[in-house]
Design a protein around this ligand. Structure first.
Ligand code: SAM
Length: 206
């Protein structure tokens, strides 16, 4: 299919999409907010006063939702791109995989974080397997980082693609956390290989 035909299809799909319309009404910057809202509804994650790290946060709809529900808590949001301000949020612009950015995140934490969430995804190449491998690497990096910054009963949430790295990521998550679940929210497009991994309770041997 030609490139401009693909983008026309994408625009038409967006116009029909109820989550796109709802995000405009409710003031969320992206339809992705509804994926996190569904995850929260199912796993009962967010409470007032929590500290949250949001990795791959731009344009910011996950941080917007978290900011609303954690009230007096604090959020550190990280992305390669800059974001407009969100209440209770410290924003870091940079590459999460760099030591510099990871040290910067740690320097902002006054206590361990109750939630570490990552919706990071690479710019798609159109080669589905390559995209899923690269996004899988980002998920692994976030999982390993979470060991250092998450509280004992904290939650780790990450985008994960069904693909060649899926089993490897689930196995790594099970080494780090006692509870590991995979969930595809209704608001995640059916034709996307995206799902979410939700982990809880750090293993004490770490
Ligand atoms: C699907 S979007 C996130 C949407 C966001 N959760 C929201 O609700 O608005 C994925 C984001 O991951 C970011 N990203 C990809 N690789 C990254 C990296 N190495 N470090 C930081 N952010 C990264 C991209 O810049 C992009 O903004």
């Amino acid at each position: 299919m030609k490139k401009n035909k693909i983008s026309k299809n994408w625009i038409n799909k967006q116009k029909r999409d109820i989550y796109v319309r709802q995000s405009k009404i409710e003031g969320y910057r992206a339809r992705s907010a509804y994926k996190l809202i569904e995850i929260d509804k199912k796993f009962k994650i967010f409470r007032g006063g929590m500290n949250v790290i949001d990795i791959g946060a731009a344009p910011g709809s996950w941080s917007q939702y978290a900011s609303k529900v954690i009230k007096s808590g604090k959020i550190v949001s990280i992305d390669l791109k800059s974001m407009e301000k969100i209440k209770n949020t410290i924003q870091i612009k940079g590459d999460f995989t760099s030591n510099e950015v990871q040290n910067q995140i740690k320097s902002y934490l006054v206590k361990k974080s109750e939630v570490v969430m990552s919706d990071m995804a690479v710019n798609t190449t159109g080669i589905k397997n390559l995209d899923s491998i690269q996004t899988g690497e980002l998920c692994k990096e976030a999982l390993i980082f979470s060991k250092e910054v998450i509280s004992k009963n904290g939650f780790f949430i990450s985008k994960i693609f069904m693909g060649s790295t899926f089993n490897e990521i689930v196995a790594l998550a099970k080494k780090i956390f006692r509870e590991v679940k995979v969930f595809k929210p209704k608001s995640s497009r059916k034709d996307s290989k995206e799902s979410f991994i939700i982990c809880r309770n750090l293993r004490s041997s770490l």
